[in-house]
Ligand binder design. Structure first.
Ligand code: SAH
Ligand code: SF4
Ligand code: F3S
Length: 472
């Protein structure tokens, strides 16, 4: 038997080498190129993982397809709220009908949902046509899993890890955009907010070494990337467990030093860990975008305590005040959960009060979703559905009002815009993003995509602007 490396990523490259000829043979039998399609549910972390999966599939010879009518389909799942799961199951059945018509088709499920034993059981029982099931901790192993599956009679290959301390670097990646990219800085989460499933499906918090992060930023810059987003469930707790100490603020500085990178973003900071040092770096470093996404979750101190968020209403407000004072013009966005167990009308009004006081540029509002295995799943006093719906609608109206007010502030001003693409459906129009994350639509040609340009913000349309290009 040939020697298979037992270190990563060499091991995966070994499998990719073998798979390349195996897939080429399949393509020959099919008489056409084989194609792949990855559907990503959930957050930026999953989007980044999907780019890694795409990198492996392209490396072994699959070409990207624009629909699920493809030869390799992966669903990279999310389980943060119940509706994320429902959406996935709604579509797997359809994949089965496609597979019945295509003898070359392979189906894989991965991501956060697959880290839950009851979901895997369901796939085993009811979706036998799924070829490979893997989780969040062994995502780097895709090549090996495909190889194993193609060389075995085994009908369904399931490989789920409980956790890992390993971080595998330097695997191929196929990025969605040429000019902007995400960079993982931490994996997992140790916060255990009582409503949240993420720590259970993504494991313990691990920080990548600063030198690996800077190396990736440099490689991206060399390929033409000008905007990077540093990714983690709680970015500002970055650095725990590293051999050589490096705080999130220090890491930000290092990334800003990378030549060619013009914009730096990060997602998501936790209010409890937002240090003065980070505010200071943001103040002094023009590359860092004028945007802080600071999930509040609730405005009620009592609810926040039961959510295990480690801050009270007043502390959050003080932090926001400080951020706004020190970073004038910064856009502030947030996440809010409505209907956490035991939420009273008074608690809810505290949330509304925080929205009013902070004047969020935008807010993602969610109805509380009970996640099996989290502490809050067994909390008493569930809020009746009609009450939650009513609060949700009221909150939405307040958030909309505040974000329109916030966006109005920039009407008539000129700002730098990173052109991201064509404005869907409108010919001759482009869409771009301000440093503060707001979108602008304006007239221009396709060859401006990926450039940073000056645009006048003529008219505010609520959550986006209509603008006109000032320079090329
Ligand atoms: N790590 C990030 C985001 C995690 S998930 C953070 O801590 O901010 C993104 C958002 O989903 C959360 O901010 C929260 O508002 C929402 N969320 C998480 N679990 C939820 C649940 N069980 N029900 C409803 N919303 C939830
Ligand atoms: Fe979930 Fe809280 Fe971790 Fe965010 S910080 S991922 S909400 S446990
Ligand atoms: Fe969903 Fe997993 Fe992200 S549960 S929100 S995809 S970390």
């Amino acid at each position: 038997m040939e020697f298979i490396p037992n270190t990563e990523p060499e091991r995966q490259y070994w499998f990719m080498d073998r798979l390349r000829s195996m897939i080429a043979e399949e393509a020959q039998r099919a008489g056409r190129d084989l194609t792949y399609c990855i559907r990503t549910f959930g957050c930026q972390m999953n989007a980044k993982d999907s780019e890694k999966l795409a990198g492996v599939l392209e490396n072994i010879g699959y070409k990207e397809a624009d629909s699920e009518n493809a030869d390799f389909v992966i669903y990279n799942t999310c389980t943060v709220r119940e509706n994320a799961n429902t959406r996935v199951y709604g579509r797997i059945g359809y994949l089965g009908t496609l597979k019945a018509k295509n003898p070359f088709m392979k189906i894989a499920l991965c991501g956060c949902m697959m880290q839950e034993a009851h979901e895997v059981e369901k796939v085993k029982k009811s979706y036998r046509f799924v070829d490979i099931v893997f989780g969040t901790h062994n995502i780097f192993k895709l090549a090996e899993l495909i190889y194993e599956k193609m060389n075995s009679e085994n009908k369904q290959l399931i490989d789920i890890w409980e956790g890992t301390s390993e971080i595998v670097e330097d695997l191929p990646s196929s990025r969605k955009f040429d000019f902007k990219a995400g960079i993982n800085i931490t994996y997992g989460c140790d916060n255990f907010c009582t409503y949240c499933i993420v720590p259970y499906v993504r494991g313990r918090e691990r920080s990548r070494k600063p030198e690996d992060i800077v190396k990736e930023a440099k490689e991206l810059a060399a390929k033409g990337v000008i905007e990077v987003m540093l990714l983690g469930q709680n970015v500002n707790s970055y650095g725990k467990g590293l051999e050589e100490h490096c705080s999130f603020a220090e890491l930000l500085k290092k990334v800003c030093e990378v030549e060619g990178i013009k914009r730096v973003r990060f997602m998501t900071p936790h209010p409890k860990d937002f240090s003065d040092e980070v505010i200071e770096v943001m103040k002094n470093e023009p590359k860092i975008c004028a945007h802080v996404h600071l999930p509040v979750q609730s405005g009620s101190s009592a609810i926040l305590k039961r959510m295990n968020r480690h801050y009270a209403k007043e502390q959050y407000l003080t932090l926001v005040e400080k951020i706004k004072r020190e970073l004038p013009g910064v856009a502030l966005t947030t996440d809010i959960i409505v209907g956490f167990p035991g939420e009273t009308e008074e608690d809810f009004l505290d949330t509304v009060d925080v929205v009013r006081k902070c004047g969020f540029d935008s807010a993602f509002t969610f109805i509380y979703s009970k996640r099996t295995g989290t502490p809050a799943a067994s909390y008493p006093d569930e809020v009746p559905e009609d009450v939650v719906k009513d609060r949700f609608e009221r909150l939405l109206a307040v958030c909309r009002e505040e974000s329109e007010k916030a966006a109005e502030r920039l009407t008539g001003k000129t700002a730098e815009v990173l052109v991201e693409g064509l404005d869907e459906g409108k010919s001759g129009m482009l869409t771009g993003r301000l440093s503060n994350n707001l979108l602008v639509h304006f007239e221009g040609c396709e060859n401006l995509i990926g450039k940073i340009l000056k645009v006048k913000l003529d008219e505010c349309k609520g959550f986006y602007y209509l603008g006109s290009l000032l320079s090329e």
